[in-house]
Design a protein around this ligand. Structure first.
Ligand code: MN
Length: 307
């Protein structure tokens, strides 16, 4: 039997009423090294069954006071050209309510641009956790390759803040050096004494719409081996949470869109558990920043027997 797509095993709210929308996009077309990202969304949601309803950092049960819906997955049809799939993804993202928090689950990183073009207001900034700059204009003959999403986004004028970068082509390094709209926080410098706080200071000064794009390979592969293209070094779990918390607690930032991409499940299940817990933190930190903890309990999703 096909496992129902649910978060924390909870029944899904009606999408039009949801405060949080989870969009599975199990798209894997251009992976260049380790396959498996197509199984990412289902594995993350299955792992979420093991999470507690209580989220310990913010000390509340987010889904007692927020409504969440896992949406039907957007998947490529058999023999569908890449361009047609990406157009459908754009249209799907465009139809979703704009005031809910959208969290898309990949799939490979190539899914980010169309969703972003559909939902990100002008003047918005992209904050990207990633081992790779993803600034190639095309790769293996395709602009939709997972090495290219940030090139496409930057070409539309959105400024980029890239965090944890530790693998890039010389041409990407040249683009970064010549483009004031790209700020890169290289991993090696971030991990030196005093290297981390200036990044948080920059994020605390951001304003306007922000899209948070989390490539799971931005984290240390010692923590999460299940990624398509692992690279030594990388962010710790707590550094990832620092970024999330700084953005959600910045009242000048309007964070409505997050993607979590490039998870390729592995038998240990540690990798998908980390992604599931990160998803829970996104929901909790965002919900707390929006004041949902002050609202009356919904009572609709967590039943009395679910404790
Ligand atoms: Mn990436």
């Amino acid at each position: 039997m096909k496992r129902p797509m649910q978060f924390l095993s909870l029944p899904n709210a009606a999408p039009a009423e949801a405060d949080v929308l989870i969009l599975p996009v199990p798209h894997e077309q251009t992976a260049t090294y380790k396959p498996g990202t197509a199984q990412g969304p289902a594995a993350i949601l299955a792992a979420s069954e093991q999470l507690e309803f209580f989220e310990e950092d913010m000390a509340w049960c987010p889904l007692r006071q927020m409504k969440l819906a896992v949406l039907p997955a957007v998947e490529a049809l058999a023999d569908e050209p890449e361009e047609a799939f990406h157009r459908r993804l754009f249209e799907r993202a465009e139809q979703l309510p704009s005031d809910a928090l959208l969290i898309a689950l990949g799939g490979e990183h190539s899914i980010t641009p169309e969703m972003l073009f559909a939902r990100m207001p002008e003047g918005g900034t992209v904050v990207q956790l990633d081992a790779h700059a993803d600034l190639r204009p095309s790769y293996h003959g395709s602009i939709y390759n997972h090495a290219c999403p940030m090139y496409r986004i930057r070409a539309r004028g959105y400024p980029l803040i890239q965090i944890g970068i530790r693998s890039l082509h010389a041409d990407e390094a040249a683009q970064i050096a010549n483009d004031d709209g790209i700020t890169v926080w290289f991993d090696r410098a971030l991990q030196r004494p005093g290297g981390w706080q200036p990044l948080l200071d920059q994020l605390a000064l951001l304003s306007g719409p922000v899209w948070l794009s989390i490539d799971m390979d931005g984290f240390d592969p010692a923590l999460i081996t299940g990624v398509g293209t692992p690279q030594p070094g990388g962010l710790s779990w707590h550094q990832g949470l620092d970024v999330l918390q700084t953005l959600t607690e910045n009242p000048a930032v309007d964070l409505r869109n997050i993607d979590i991409v490039e998870l390729a499940p592995e038998p240990s299940r540690v990798s998908e558990m980390m992604a599931a817990k990160l998803l829970q933190k996104c929901i909790s930190y965002w919900g707390k920043s929006q004041g949902f903890d002050q609202r009356a309990a919904q009572g609709s999703q967590i039943g009395v027997n679910d404790e």
